[in-house]
Design a protein around this ligand. Structure first.
Ligand code: TXA
Ligand code: MG
Length: 365
C-alpha cells in the first residue's frame, strides 16, 4: 500500500464522519490504527481472516502470538468467547470498559488465526471514547494488537504509529496521546487463582479487590525471566518493548535511596565518554543531571507512577534518537500498582540488569 491516511479526531467527542470513515475501511477489510486508553491499537475485522493476516504481516508479528479482541462491552463477548464463568462476568461488570484483558475459552466462530491457533481468546473493552465508538459503530469485535512493529516500544501517539507503520496501514485516527501509556493487564481467568500474564494499569492489589481473592503474579509477569518452551501466553517468548540502543537497568535491591543514587552516580561518571544517557525520574535527574556530557531522558516524578508509565515508551524512543548516546542507564521503580507494569517493561527492554551494590560499578565497564 502506498499511502496511509491520517484523520484527526476529538478524543472526548469523536466526530461522527471520522468514525464512519474508519468503519468503512474496516468493512472493506482494511487496517485502522486507533487510540485506546492504554496504547494505540491496529484494528481489523475479527471475522475477516485476510485482514487479520495482514495485521500480522504489517507488524512483522509471529503467527503464534495471538491478538487481543476488542469489544464494546459484555454483550459482545458471546461473539468471540464461550462458557464465560459467572464470576468473571461480575468482575467485568465493574472493570469494563477499562485496561483489563481476560483470557477466555474461544468461540468456534472466531477465526483461529486471531488467537494464534490456541483454544483461548484474550478480550477487552477499551475505555476510550474513540475506540468504543468505533467498535459500536462497526457493530462487531475488532482484533487489535498494539500498533507498533513487533518488538518495538508500543505507540502512545499517532506519530509513533506512523514511525513504525506509516505506508503500511490504511488509516490512522489521531486523538493525541494515550492516557496510561502501557498496555492492558492480561489475566488468565480460567485458572484458580486467576493468573497475571502481563501486568498493566490494573495492578495486582486492584485485581484482588475485583476478584475478591488472591491472584497469582508469576516471575515472568514481573519481567524476571523470559519464557522458553510452551509459555502460558505466547507473547512471553518474545523480547519486547526494546529500544535500539542498549539499556542497562539498575535495580534498587536493598540499597537505601542515598546508596542507590551514589551507585548510579559512580556508574555513570565512569561511563562518561562512552555515550551514556540517563533514563530516570525527575528527582534523580535533579540529583545527577549535572554530570557533564551525559544526556538525560526524564520519565516523570517517581512519586507519580502514572506519569512514569505514560512517558515510558516515548522515552525509550527518545533514547534511540539521541545521536551521541549508545547506552541508556535506567532507574527502577516501586513494584506496586502500575509500577509492576513499568518494571516488567523496563526489564524486558533492558539488554542487561544489575542490582545496586551487587557489583562494583568498575566491574561493569
Ligand atoms: O492495551 C492493550 O492491551 C493494547 C491495546 C491496543 O488494546 N493491545 C495489546 O495487544 O497490547 P498485543 O497484541 O500487543 O498484546 C497481546 C498480548 C500478547 O502478549 C499476547 O501473547 C497475549 O496478549 N495474548 C493474546 N491472546 C492470548 C491468549 N489466548 N492466551 C494468552 N495470552 C494471550
Ligand atoms: Mg504489543
Amino acid at each position: 500500500m502506498a499511502r496511509t491516511r491520517v484523520l484527526e479526531v476529538d478524543p472526548l467527542n469523536p466526530d461522527v464522519e471520522v468514525i464512519e470513515e474508519a468503519v468503512r475501511v474496516l468493512r472493506d477489510g482494511g487496517l485502522v490504527a486507533f487510540p485506546t486508553e492504554t496504547v494505540y491499537g491496529l484494528g481489523a475485522d475479527v471475522f475477516n481472516t485476510r485482514a487479520v493476516l495482514r495485521v500480522f504481516e504489517v507488524k512483522m508479528r509471529p503467527l503464534d502470538n495471538p491478538l487481543i479482541v476488542h469489544v464494546s462491552g459484555i454483550r459482545m463477548l458471546d461473539e468471540v468467547a464461550t462458557e464465560v464463568p459467572e464470576e468473571v462476568i461480575r468482575v467485568l461488570e465493574v472493570a469494563w470498559p477499562g485496561p483489563l484483558t481476560v483470557v477466555l475459552k474461544r468461540s468456534s466462530r472466531l477465526p483461529s488465526v486471531v488467537s494464534g491457533g490456541l483454544d483461548t481468546v484474550a478480550v477487552r473493552a477499551p475505555a476510550h471514547p474513540v475506540a468504543l465508538k468505533l467498535i459500536e459503530s462497526f457493530g462487531k469485535p475488532v482484533a487489535a494488537p498494539s500498533a507498533n512493529l513487533s518488538g518495538r516500544p508500543s505507540p502512545t501517539s499517532a506519530k509513533h504509529v506512523l514511525e513504525d507503520l506509516g505506508g503500511r496501514v490504511d488509516l490512522v485516527l489521531d486523538a493525541g496521546e494515550t492516557f496510561f501509556g502501557v498496555e492492558s493487564t492480561v489475566v488468565d481467568v480460567l485458572r484458580d487463582p486467576p493468573r497475571v500474564l502481563r501486568p498493566g494499569p490494573v495492578g495486582p492489589e486492584e485485581l484482588e479487590r475485583l476478584f475478591g481473592k488472591p491472584v497469582e503474579v508469576p516471575d515472568y509477569a514481573r519481567g524476571l525471566e523470559l519464557y522458553s518452551g510452551a509459555p502460558p501466553s505466547p507473547g512471553l517468548k518474545y523480547r519486547h518493548y526494546a529500544p535500539e540502543k542498549k539499556l542497562l537497568l539498575v535495580e534498587r535491591g536493598s540499597c537505601s535511596e542515598g546508596e542507590y543514587l551514589g551507585y548510579l552516580r559512580e556508574l555513570v561518571t565512569r561511563l562518561v565518554g562512552t555515550g551514556v544517557a540517563l533514563v530516570v525520574s525527575s528527582e534523580t535527574a535533579e540529583e545527577l543531571g549535572g554530570i557533564p556530557s551525559v544526556e538525560v531522558v526524564v520519565l516523570g516524578s517517581r512519586s507519580n507512577l502514572y506519569e512514569v508509565a505514560k512517558n515510558l515508551y516515548a522515552s525509550l524512543r527518545e533514547l534511540d534518537r539521541l545521536i551521541e548516546a549508545s547506552l541508556g542507564v535506567a532507574e527502577s521503580f516501586e513494584e506496586r500498582g502500575i509500577g509492576l507494569a513499568i518494571m516488567n517493561r523496563l526489564r524486558k527492554a533492558s539488554s542487561r540488569r544489575v542490582v545496586c551494590g551487587s557489583l562494583p560499578p568498575t566491574a561493569l565497564i
